[in-house]
Design a protein around this ligand. Structure first.
Ligand code: ADP
Ligand code: MG
Length: 493
């Protein structure tokens, strides 16, 4: 689709003094490739380490050193491209992007310019209320990360840490298809989810393994695109949202005052909640790109691409669709379950051969709820899928009701054990003896004549009676049975 033609939902328009405005957003996401070693050297790509622990002669740009491409990193880029339903280019070229900066010992970054490894793709992004939109991906290319200057180690000198220097990055460039901060946040979240499924990037924004350059412009609804500003290196999804909203209002303010937007690079200051200018287009670098003479064009074997494609895991969209179709879940519940592969796997272990909706309810509401509250994940869950499955079996079989099941869940969580055994040794089996239930019902009715009068006028009071009967049966009666019986005896319809 032509990006310019997509008009924001009215609810996302911004009211200005001169009328409504739309925000236009395009993102350049830098994702660090999950790999043991760097893109062109054998040095470790692991996060952390003492400064300059992970630096080879290539990364330090010693004279005469030659880059050797890391096949695994290339395959990770191909995997990611396939996951983004993108065109994989069998031939791509590495270029030198020349600029001077103290954390860049070579004096250039090896990147891909005119011929990237991955071309156009598309990401489907879910918004609230079941709405989904497609965000176009323009390209994905491979490039080297830079090192880091350290200014706080010595009063009069700056140091440089080259641990990151040469690590493989995938730069994923979107089309200017997003129209609100929420859409941009949802897009980055989805990209991260897909890459985690693929195992190509851990998406850890706090550690900098994923960060975004955020391009923002504004226009009157449906008008041609305006001039954009680029906010560099945003490293949290929340900050990105704040930066977009701030930047859009800044630009609207300038335009409504009769000014014009200068294309420039800006920084977001999270403490102050504002963006500020870093450099303008006039100062923009001329990178003098040219093909790196040390590296031949990269040629991919189509059979290898096909193998990688065949090895892809089931991705979030497909998994969600399958959960809806085969377990009868709502799209919303299915989306919650597939957020991570591990939670989806846990659910499937519980739901295997059982009622899908009931299993999903227990996994989402009881288990995830509790895990969240205690800062745990499914990997560290005290209750296993097998235990939870056993609990679901007892509910399905009518052995225990939902209320008792919550008590059993609590016991599983705190003490462990087998659900069936817990129910048996603690005598929690649901009372199915109709005579016993009827006796309890009759008793409550006979000692509460005033309430009996009241419930006839106000049937919603029935809940009180159900509660009383449940109490006298130690919570073990089936609430539905109790309710039906009460209705019959009290002649309430
Ligand atoms: P450059 O090569 O100068 O960085 P690109 O054409 O590659 O420019 O665009 C970079 C990013 O800017 C892309 O993500 C694109 O979607 C986004 N972009 C382009 N035009 C606009 C615009 N008018 N408003 C917002 N974002 C834009
Ligand atoms: Mg760019």
């Amino acid at each position: 689709m032509d990006s310019e033609k997509r008009i924001a939902d009215k609810q996302d328009w911004i009211k200005g003094a001169t009328g409504d405005w739309e925000i236009i957003i395009g993102l350049e996401v830098h994702a660090q490739v999950l790999a043991k070693s760097k893109l062109f050297s054998g040095a470790s790509a692991e996060y952390g380490g003492a400064p300059n622990d992970h630096v080879s002669f290539v990364d330090a740009a010693m004279p005469g050193m030659l880059p050797v491409i890391n096949e695994f990193c290339v395959e990770q880029a191909v995997r990611t491209g396939l996951g983004l339903k993108a065109q994989i280019n069998e031939v791509s070229v590495f270029d030198r992007k020349n600029y001077f900066y103290p954390d860049l010992p070579q004096g250039y970054q090896i990147s891909q310019y005119k011929q990237p490894i991955v071309g156009e793709g598309v990401v489907s992004v879910d918004l609230e209320e079941g709405k989904s939109i497609s965000i176009g991906v323009e390209r994905l290319h491979l490039e080297q990360d830079a090192g880091k200057s350290l200014h706080d180690q010595h009063p009069a000198m700056s140091y440089v840490d080259l641990n990151r220097s040469g690590c493989a990055l995938m730069e994923i460039v979107s089309r200017p298809d997003m129209r609100s901060a929420d859409e941009a946040k949802a897009y980055v979240t989805k990209l991260r989810q897909i890459m985690r499924y693929l195992g190509t990037c851990d998406g850890n924004m706090e550690q900098g393994s994923m960060r975004a350059d955020v391009n923002v412009s504004v226009r009157k609804p449906g008008a041609p695109f305006g001039t954009r500003c680029e906010i560099k290196n945003v490293n949290s999804i929340r900050f990105m949202g704040q930066a977009i909203d701030y930047e859009a209002r800044r630009q609207i303010g300038i335009l409504e005052d009769g000014g014009k937007i200068d294309q420039e690079t800006r920084l977001y200051d999270a403490k102050k909640g504002e963006t500020r200018s870093m450099r303008s287009k006039e100062e923009a670098h001329d990178y003098r790109y040219f093909p790196d003479p040390d590296l031949l064009p990269l040629k991919l074997d189509p059979r290898r691409i096909a193998e990688i494609k065949a090895s892809l895991p089931e991705l979030p969209d497909e998994k969600r669709a399958r959960f809806v179709a085969s377990y009868g879940l709502s799209r919303y519940d299915a989306a919650v379950l597939v957020v991570e592969q591990s939670s989806a796997g846990f659910f499937e272990d519980v739901a295997q051969g059982r009622d899908g909706k009931l299993s999903a309810n227990w996994v989402i509401n009881e288990l995830f709820g509790r895990l969240n509250k205690e800062g745990k994940s499914v990997e560290t869950s005290p209750v296993s899928a097998r235990q939870l499955g056993g609990l679901v079996d007892l509910i399905s079989a009518g052995t225990i009701n939902g209320k008792i099941a919550k008590d059993v869940f609590e016991l599983l969580w705190t003490e462990g054990g087998e659900p069936a055994q817990i129910v048996e040794t603690r005598g929690l089996v649901q009372v199915t003896d109709m005579a016993a239930i009827e006796k309890a019902v009759d008793e409550i009715i006979s000692v509460n004549p005033d309430k009996v009068e009241a419930v006839k006028a106000k049937p919603s009071m029935l809940g009180w009676f159900v509660g009383q009967v449940m109490k006298t049966t130690g919570g073990k009666a089936n609430p539905q049975t109790v309710s039906d019986l009460l209705k019959k005896k009290l002649a309430i319809t």
